[in-house]
Design a protein around this ligand. Sequence first.
Ligand code: NAD
Length: 242
Amino acid sequence: MRIAIIGYGKMGKMVEQEALNASIPVSKVIDNQDVLLASSFDKDEVAIEFTEPSVCIANIEILASKGVNIICGTTGWHADVGKVKKIVNEHNIGFLYATNFGIGVNIFWRIIKNAAQIIDKFEEYDIFGHEIHHSRKKDSPSGTALTTVQILLDNVRRKRQLITQMVDREISEDELHFSSTRGGYVFGKHEVVFDGPSDTIKISHNSKGRSSYAKGAINCARWIEGKQGFFDINDYMEGLLI
Ligand SMILES: NC(=O)c1ccc[n+]([C@@H]2O[C@H](COP(=O)([O-])OP(=O)(O)OC[C@H]3O[C@@H](n4cnc5c(N)ncnc54)[C@H](O)[C@@H]3O)[C@@H](O)[C@H]2O)c1
């Protein structure tokens, strides 16, 4: 397998570094849509896409039309997931996305799911969350936060609605407040709090760098090679947990 890097920003550079560490050849590095349109791909290439929400779906469409399998790390496009599924099926490619490729975050999500199923039975605990990222991050709340919230909403029956903005009123029992802070150089911190009248349970994940995202994306590229269909990182994780 060779990796085609689409988007040569902070993540694209980290993927290049981790591919080098893993002795996986990088076939090309593309940082602009015109170059992508003019490129062709061989059968042994998998594209790893870390760009921007505003260009990501167009990139997926271009890559799919060229028959290349895709690992997509860009966040902030998931409201259009139906459109992407259609593109993937029309072109018979393999596609896998994750809002967070870090193995630790994926373990965190599984812990949150188990915890949420327990807390569902103990109504005295309220639930809220918080995330912090560096000042240059373009989307808010983070894709990781949105996945975390979805797990909570799917597993705690009394929480039905997400609030991300400032609230200058009481919140109702079915609202889940998940706030975001942007500043400094924080790689990514996510915390879920189960707060009861007598005690507090906190589960948090704190990222120490971007390398875990790049390693996860490369491992998923190995996994998607030769596959067809629309996948997310849970499909890859299931295989590790057998
Ligand atoms: N899924 C994960 O694990 C994970 C982890 C970290 C970041 N992210 C997400 O990945 C994305 C990229 O993050 P980053 O920190 O590398 O951003 P960045 O701004 O450093 O890099 C984006 C790069 O994409 C390039 N680009 C823009 N339009 C392009 C196009 N049409 N074709 C090819 N390249 C294009 C830009 O020139 C830039 O170099 C963001 O959406 C971020 O939220 C996801």
